[in-house]
Write a protein that binds this ligand. Structure first.
Ligand code: NAP
Ligand code: ZN
Length: 429
């Protein structure tokens, strides 16, 4: 069994990527060394290390371990910046390598070496400035998971080697009404993970990057039993559908929930809805995802929104609907599916306003509302729930230089069901 001498903070800071890999292959800590499982280590060497490296016997230094995993930096390492990522420089939305500086770890900060980052349709809306007001250069990504490599003064929840996650927010005022009830997403001073500014005016940059420094209060603990890669999408897609189910009381076993759009958010709504014991109906634009929705994701019913007969047969059948559609679509057809007093919650954010079908709403006493991600406390609750139920995203893992193609495919709804960037495998400083 290979044993690696426990690195000092200075050694971790000079090889954070390698430390993050060590934490994944050797979770058992003692004061002097960590013990790696030979088979796991061998797999990691194949994926992330030197092709020529072999699994060592006995005890080795951290420097030797790091050498096994050294990789060529991404592009020419022409700068002294401490972070590298992929950024859009303007609203053409094309992403390319970009280096920049993150702040040093200060009081209350947690430094996370990013292992994986999910790709959300909001990333695409924002790099293309579809919602207006985008600030560039923009490093997107708000479904972030990784390994803690350093903590600042006063941090109690995390230590180097822990797994950690960051979602759509990295700071807020912490004193306003919404902050005090942990609904920080509505704080007027909320700092979103990217396309947003810190109070000192610096641009916040997201998770398509090698590391991030975040306040402990905005850092989430990840359930031990869930793999890092498929957990990343819970940080946005997961909480965005969990929160309205809880807030609008669409969480009682046996309730009938509709999910419109079977993409990243939609497929998480199916899994979380089933985890809560709901009867889940998917409403999709074509037959293409029917079999998988039912057999793999566990949906109970599947309706094609373009098929008038199928839509008619489901009239007045649902207590609530979560609408995740990212483009213009017909809302009145959805209100028709609601029972009296049913609730339609919009979470998808098309770039144009939708028509409000007043007649349909009036005749159903329907409630139409919206919902924005979820607060930090509820995000932790959702992660714990997913840990208990074994719920993760269904992902297609990609190297970071595939991101522009991934965006094109996402726009065609050609992803089952979330792209996740293998940051540690494809983005080396
Ligand atoms: P996604 O993976 O691209 O999924 C969107 C799904 O919507 C597609 O898979 C497709 O499902 C359906 N769709 C796409 N175009 C359509 C059209 N013209 N008509 C009808 N259905 C269509 O995107 P996502 O990452 O899940 O995000 C979905 C939306 O939620 C985006 O607008 C995103 O910005 C927003 N969002 C909001 C929040 C929030 O806090 N409110 C958080 C995250 C994301 P089918 O193939 O099944 O038809
Ligand atoms: Zn998102």
């Amino acid at each position: 069994m290979p044993r690696v001498k426990t690195p000092s903070q200075a050694e971790i800071s000079s090889n954070p990527r390698e430390f993050a890999l060590l934490a994944q292959v050797a979770p058992m800590h003692s004061a002097q060394y960590v013990e790696a499982d030979s088979q796991v280590l061998s797999e990691y060497i194949k994926l992330y290390g030197q092709p020529s490296a072999s699994v060592p016997e006995g005890e080795i230094s951290f420097a030797d371990f790091a050498a096994m995993f050294s990789r060529q930096p991404l592009g020419a390492k022409a700068t002294n910046n401490n972070c590298i990522g992929y950024a859009a420089q303007d609203k053409s939305g094309v992403l390319a390598p970009y280096s920049f500086d993150r702040r040093a770890v200060g009081p209350g900060d947690v430094r996370i070496q990013i292992t994986h980052a999910g790709i959300c349709h909001s990333d695409l809306h924002q790099v293309k400035d579809e919602w207006g007001g985008s600030v560039f250069p923009m490093v997107p990504g708000h479904e972030i998971v990784g390994i803690v490599t350093e903590v600042g003064e006063g941090v109690t929840k995390f230590k180097p080697g822990d797994r950690a996650g960051v979602g759509c927010m990295v700071d807020s005022c912490r004193t306003c009404d919404t902050c005090t009830r942990s609904e920080e997403q509505f704080c007027p001073k909320c700092v979103y993970t990217y396309n947003s500014k810190h109070p000192d005016g610096t641009l916040a940059q997201g998770g398509y990057s090698s590391h991030i420094v975040v306040q402990e209060a905005f850092t989430l603990r990840l359930p031990d039993n869930l793999p890092l890669d498929a957990t990343a999408p819970l940080l946005c897609a997961g909480i965005t559908v969990y929160s309205p189910m809880k807030h609008f009381g669409l969480d009682k076993p046996g309730m009938r929930l509709g999910v419109v759009g079977l993409g990243g958010l939609g497929h998480m709504a199916v899994k979380i809805g089933k985890g809560l014991g709901l009867h889940v109906t998917v409403i999709s634009t074509s037959e293409a995802k029917r079999e998988e929705a039912i057999k793999v994701l566990g949906a109970d019913d599947f309706i094609v929104s373009k098929d008038a007969e199928q839509m008619k047969a489901a009239t007045s059948s649902l207590h609530g609907i979560i609408d995740t559609v990212s483009a213009k679509h017909d809302v009145s057809a959805l209100v028709n599916l609601l029972k009296v007093d049913g609730k339609l919650v919009m979470v998808g954010v098309p770039e144009v306003p939708l028509d409000l079908p007043v007649m349909a709403i009036v005749f159903k006493r329907a409630l139409i509302s919206g919902s924005l991600i979820g607060g930090i406390r509820q995000t932790q609750e959702m992660l714990n729930f997913c840990g208990e139920k074994g719920i993760t995203a269904s992902i297609e893992k990609i190297p970071i230089d595939y991101v522009n193609t991934a965006y094109e495919r996402m726009l065609r709804s050609d992803v089952r069901y979330r792209f996740v960037i293998d940051v540690q495998g494809s983005l080396v400083l």
